[in-house]
Structure formats: structure tokens, C-alpha cells
Design a protein around this ligand. Structure first.
Ligand code: SF4
Length: 698
């Protein structure tokens, strides 16, 4: 027996932003089962991933020793090498040698080419403490703000719109607020697949009488509980939402008093929406004018209405405009700041909220303070004791482009897999192969790790202790359940070792030391201490006192903007970047599936989940399958202007005619070979949800 003897450990699910609390049951240093706990976001519930997705940590492919690329090994990635024998490419090394090689390469490039030749991608799967240390290393050790993570690929446009309009990038109310809502809009989201435990609250609320309005180009099973289900044309969200705004203004359903007291920009909105009547917009969005008016009335006249949205809203070239429209709906109707109302972008990864709060983004220090504001920068410089760059850094896709341009030459990537998650994958992989020095810290030989010069074996979620912030702004403690395998080390320890190797004098002894430092520099953590989390497991921020649970509802008395008012920002109609044509007549959209999480690095190595969904599929409408002359289960070829993949066709009634849906978790038929890297100009998020494609039998 070790110190980790047979026992039960209270911790968290490692997958989505719901942040379900779990109890892991351990025998012989292995997790043998997982149960839900009575956490504020799950009340004992778990979905299939949380309950059965734990054994990926025991997978034979776990990295257990530091690896160094052999001098003569090519940097190209080869799919067939996944979890295979990598001894021809990498050799095992001691930690001492690997750290020296990693930091020697980083130091050499920084010293020769300067801070802007360096960049880092941290992870929304890591803890708050890991995110904080990672961005601090890049800012104080590399010397630039070139630090980002996968929030850029999911809700960056939502955060851009929220910061611009209401002054806070977090949700205004937890998803459990639906219990108090007379009406709830769920748009561009499929909670039953991607936030399954949250979906159980939505279903329960609908059964109790909440009018549930589902709006999405694809159908979904949550619609069975809906009062309205609107399958609008893909990429035409702004047309639909502007028509709702038109109706609310024309029929004087807005809250005049709230608008006058709490918002600015209403007059401009009145002018700008005049072109967007439901009768005009039905031709654009494909939803009848009468239905648009009915939905607008239902939302505006309910005593309490709340809006939830997902990446169907954010992952467009007009993603920021989509969010602006949703925020405007809430602002002009006063549906915010009260129980049962609010704005809730459903967060994807388990800690995308916390990683963003901790400053793992190129334009903000911790707590969303701009790197370009002199007073802010000077105060952080004095706290961290290092001068810092006054310009915002590169975002994820900009970093990839900057590698191609020769600007970025070295990277440190922790727990992210841009070789799978970035759009136009061939372009991304060519960039990673072009780096002069790449340090990857991960638990598996990911598609990104194949490009690395040094690979540092890290810890899985259950092998470390740290805090995580879920979609509801609940800061929660995850406890170490089992020891990491072999010579794998804790992520905070590895980041600190790299920091020390490039000249920073860090000496944290435990994640709690990091959290204590974060609390000094992040007012959002006021009254939240490590000891408190050890006792209470979860505290919501902002929290007004050490003995209060935190404020679930924010914007009760105005907004944290300069004027204290919510800013209404009208949106124009902007078409998707790449429309279907004769060569590519279909619309391709990508996303996740219930059984697999993001790029599949964890869930495809979890036995039960991999058995449920073992191979790559493209979901297609029955009519399109018939037209192709193939049968469900046959192999087909899907092609866009950026590449071609081969995979099986699955008939799916949720997918409208003319559309293809491909989950992005399958490395052997990677959806992101096909996707369009064109960015939303504000949030810098690629248009994963729309590009032109064709499908053919093989
Ligand atoms: Fe885990 Fe999310 Fe499922 Fe909860 S809903 S068990 S957090 S994947």
C-alpha cells in the first residue's frame, strides 16, 4: 500500500464546464468507479463521460518519462504513430537533461531573436494555479503577451461582446437560474450532448412550465421539451435576432424604464434595426415572420427570461455580433440582474472560465485588466517584479500564422493540442513542424507532441490538486486521487522548473501558494481562500464576505462599465465567409459529440467511451445520403478547399438537407483539416461552424 491506499476521494469531473463534483473510489492506486456528489452544479448527477470516462489515466499510452527528439528525426506528424512505438523519433531522458534541453532552447531563441519570437499555449483543462503560472512565465520569462489557449476557439467572441457591453466576461447567472425562469432561450448550443447535466435542469424546468425556446440550424433531442424549436438557416443568426429586436421595439415590448436607467445606445439601435423586420428577415433566416414575432413576444413579456448560448453562436466570423444581439435582447427588456434572468454562454472546457480569469489570454492580465493600460501594467510589474511588454500578444490562430511568417520560432505548449483543434489543420501542423524549438507538456503523445523537441510527462486531472472555475463562476477544489505514473510530474512543478531554467526565481511549494498569490492580484477572488475551499468545496465569485457563498446573480445594480450602464451595440448582417457554390455545394459544420470530449485525447482512450463511439463519422441527412447512392455506414470522402478526409457516413435526422456535421475528435479523419481559419475581427475566433464542402462516395 502507498499513501494513496484504498479510499474515496472527493474531487471534480475533468471534462466539461458544468463542473460536476464527484467522488472517486480507489483500489490499489487505481480509480475503480466514480459517483456524482451533491455539488451546486450537479446535485449528485453525472453524464456518461463523468461516470465512465475515468480510465484514460491508466491507458498504456501515458507518457511516463521525459522525451527528447532524436537529432535525425523528421518533425512531420504521422497518424499511424499515435500511441505507437515512438522510439525512432524520441529517446527517453532524465528530468535534468530534458529540462536543460527545454530551457536551453527557449533561452537561446529568446536571447537571439527577442521576446516576440516566443509564444505559449496554456490549457483550459489545467487548474487556475497552472493557468496563472503559465501566463506569468510567458509574460515575465519570455517577455511578451504571446499567450493564449483554447478559449480563442470557443467563446472568445462571446467574451469580446460581454466585455464591450456589460464590462464582465463571465456569466451573469448560473444555469440553475433556469429554475426561476418563465422563459429560456437556448441558441447555438446542444446541452444534452455537450453540457449533459445542465440539460437535465433545462428539461426539468420545461416540465415545470418554463417556456423553452431552442434555436439552432441542427435539430436536437432537447427540442422534445421545447415550446418553440427554430431550425434557422446556418450562419444567419443575426438576421433572426435582429428581427426579434425589431419586433420588441416595434411592438413596444421593451422595458422603457430599465432602458433609460441602465443602458446607453438605444436610440441608435432603434434606427439600425429598422431594416430588419421579421417579414424581411424570414427570407434570410428561413423562419416564418409570425414565429419570430411569437418568440420575441414570449421572451420579452415573460416576467423572467434567461438566454443560454454555445459555440453555434460564437464560432462565426460574425460571432461577436451574434453575442451583441443576445446581450441587447436582455438589455432592452431588462431581463438581467434578477433571479431567473440573465446571460449565460455555456463554457466548454472544465476550466475555460478560470483559465481566462487567470490571464491566460494575450490582451489581459488576471481579472481581465488590459495589458495596454499603463497604470494596470505598472501595478502588475511592481507585483511580479519584472518589466512587461505594453502591447497585446498574438492569439492562437495569429500565432500559427506568425510561425509561418518566421516571427515566432519557439513555443511552450501545455495540455493543448493545436495540431487537432486549430482550423485548417495542415496549415497548423506545418507551422508546428517549422518551429525551431517546441516544448510540449502533456499526458499523452498527442498529435501536437509529435512535433516537439522536448516532451515533459505531466499529470492527469485525478493526479493533482488545484482549483477550477466552472461555467457558473463557482471556484471548486479538485483533490488528488491517485499518484501520477512513472516519472510524470505535476504540471505546476514542471512550469516552475521551466521558469527557473529561463532565469525566474520562483519558489512555490504547493498550488495553495500560487492560489494565495492569485488572490492578492485578483479582486474576483476576494473572500475565497484555499482553506475555505478545502472546507466548502465550492464558492461562487464575486463573494462579499468570508462567510457568504458568493453572488450567483450579478448586474443587480448596474454594470461594471465606465458609465455603469450596459452598452447596446447594434449588429449588421454579415454572411458566412465561405458560401456554398457549384464546386462545394454543402455547408460543413463541426462540433462535439456526447461520448467524446474535444480532440478526444482523453475520451478516446477511455474504454467505455471509445467502445460507444469508436470511429470517425460524418452526420448527413437521409435525402443527401439517398442522392449520393450510398448506404449509412459506407465510406465517403468529404472535401473543402483546404483538404480531404475519408470517413463513414451516418444518417442523422437532426442535420438538415445540404449540411454535413463532423465531430472534431477523430484524429484519423480530422474535421479541422477541412475548416475555414477566417477570423471574427473582434474575438479572433475562426469560423468552425460554417464552410463550403462537398461529399462523395468512394
Ligand atoms: Fe463531467 Fe460535464 Fe458530464 Fe458533468 S456534465 S459529468 S462535468 S462531462
Amino acid at each position: 500500500r502507498t499513501e494513496f491506499e484504498d479510499r474515496d476521494v472527493d474531487t471534480l469531473c475533468p471534462f466539461c464546464g458544468v463542473g460536476c463534483q464527484t467522488t472517486a473510489h480507489v483500489k490499489d492506486d487505481k480509480i475503480i468507479s466514480v459517483d456524482g456528489r451533491d455539488g451546486p452544479a450537479n446535485e449528485n448527477r453525472l453524464c456518461v463521460k463523468g461516470r465512465f470516462g475515468y480510465d484514460y489515466i491508466d491507458h498504456a499510452g501515458r507518457l511516463t518519462k521525459p522525451l527528447i527528439r532524436r537529432d535525425d528525426a523528421p518533425k512531420d506528424w504521422q497518424a499511424e504513430m499515435r500511441d505507437g512505438d515512438y522510439s525512432a523519433v524520441f529517446r527517453e531522458a532524465t528530468w535534468e537533461e530534458a529540462l536543460e534541453r527545454a530551457t536551453g532552447g527557449l533561452r537561446a531563441i529568446r536571447d537571439e531573436h527577442g521576446p516576440f519570437s516566443m509564444a505559449g499555449f496554456g490549457s483550459a483543462k489545467g487548474s487556475n494555479e497552472e493557468a496563472y503560472l503559465f501566463q506569468k512565465l510567458v509574460r515575465t520569462g519570455f517577455g511578451s503577451n504571446n499567450v493564449d489557449h483554447c478559449t480563442r476557439l470557443c467563446h472568445a467572441s462571446s467574451v469580446a461582446a460581454l466585455m464591450e457591453t456589460v464590462g464582465s466576461g463571465a456569466v451573469s447567472a448560473p444555469f440553475t437560474a433556469i429554475d426561476d425562469a418563465e422563459c429560456a432561450i437556448v441558441i447555438g448550443a446542444r446541452p444534452a450532448q455537450n453540457h449533459p447535466v445542465a440539460a437535465t435542469y433545462f428539461k426539468r424546468a420545461a416540465k415545470r412550465g418554463t417556456k423553452l425556446i431552442i434555436m439552432d440550424p441542427r435539430g436536437q433531442n432537447l427540442s422534445r421539451y421545447a415550446s418553440h424549436s427554430l431550425q434557422f438557416k446556418a450562419g444567419r443568426d443575426v438576421a433572426l435576432l435582429n428581427a426579434m429586436l425589431y419586433t420588441i421595439i416595434e411592438e413596444e415590448l421593451y422595458d422603457r424604464q430599465y432602458v433609460q436607467a441602465n443602458t446607453e445606445g438605444f436610440e441608435e439601435l432603434q434606427e439600425r434595426v429598422k431594416d430588419y423586420s421579421p417579414e424581411e428577415m424570414e427570407k434570410v433566416c428561413g423562419i416564418e415572420a409570425a414565429v419570430i414575432r411569437d418568440v420575441a413576444r414570449t421572451y420579452a413579456t415573460a416576467r423572467t427570461s434567461i438566454i443560454f448560448w454555445g459555440m453555434g453562436i460564437s464560432q462565426h466570423v460574425h460571432g461577436t455580433d451574434n453575442s451583441r444581439c443576445l446581450i441587447t435582447l436582455a438589455l432592452i427588456t431588462g431581463q438581467v440582474g434578477r433571479p431567473g434572468t440573465g446571460l449565460h454562454p455555456l463554457r466548454g472546457q472544465n476550466n475555460v472560465q478560470g483559465a481566462s480569469d487567470a490571464g491566460l489570454i494575450p490582451m489581459f492580465y488576471p481579472d481581465y485588466r488590459s495589458v495596454e493600460t499603463d497604470e494596470v501594467r505598472e501595478s502588475i510589474e511592481s507585483f511580479w517584479g519584472k518589466p512587461m511588454d505594453p502591447k497585446r500578444g498574438l492569439t492562437v490562430v495569429e500565432t500559427i500564422n506568425a510561425i509561418h511568417d518566421g516571427q515566432v520560432k519557439a513555443m511552450y505548449i501545455m495540455g493543448e493540442n493545436p495540431a487537432m483543434s486549430d482550423p485548417d489543420q495542415n496549415h497548423a501542423r506545418q507551422a508546428l513542424a517549422k518551429l525551431e524549438h517546441l516544448v510540449v507538456q502533456d499526458i499523452f503523445m498527442t498529435e501536437t507532441a509529435w512535433h516537439a523537441d522536448v516532451i515533459l510527462p505531466a499529470s492527469a486531472h485525478a493526479e493533482k490538486t488545484g482549483t477550477f472555475t466552472n461555467t457558473n463562476r463557482q471556484v471548486q477544489l479538485a483533490r488528488q486521487v491517485v499518484p501520477p505514473p512513472g516519472e510524470a510530474r505535476q504540471d505546476w512543478w514542471i512550469t516552475q522548473a521551466l521558469a527557473q531554467g529561463i532565469g525566474l526565481d520562483w519558489s512555490y511549494l504547493h498550488p495553495k501558494d500560487v492560489f494565495a498569490e492569485m488572490a492578492q492580484v485578483m479582486p474576483s477572488l476576494n473572500n475565497i481562500t484555499w482553506d475555505r475551499l478545502e472546507r466548502e468545496d465550492s464558492v461562487t465569485y464575486p463573494c462579499d464576505a468570508p462567510d457568504e457563498p458568493g453572488n450567483e446573480i450579478i448586474f443587480v445594480n448596474g454594470f461594471p462599465t465606465t458609465s455603469g450602464r450596459g452598452k447596446i451595440v447594434p449588429a449588421k448582417l454579415i454572411p458566412p465567409d465561405e458560401l456554398p457554390d457549384n464546386d462545394y455545394p454543402m455547408v460543413l459544420t463541426t462540433g462535439r459529440m456526447l461520448e467524446h470530449w474535444h480532440t478526444g485525447a482523453m475520451t478516446r482512450r477511455a474504454t467505455a467511451l471509445d467502445m460507444l463511439e469508436p470511429e470517425a463519422v460524418v452526420m448527413v441527412n437521409a435525402r443527401d445520403i439517398l442522392r449520393m447512392g450510398v448506404e449509412p455506414g459506407d465510406y465517403v470522402q468529404v472535401q473543402t478547399r483546404r483538404g480531404t478526409i475519408l470517413l463513414k457516413v451516418r444518417q442523422d435526422g437532426d442535420v438538415p438537407e445540404g449540411m454535413l456535421f463532423i465531430p472534431f475528435c477523430f484524429a484519423e479523419a480530422a474535421a479541422n483539416v477541412l475548416t475555414n481559419p477566417q477570423l471574427d475581427p473582434f474575438g479572433k475566433i475562426p469560423e468552425f461552424k460554417f464552410c463550403a464542402a462537398r461529399i462523395e462516395p468512394v
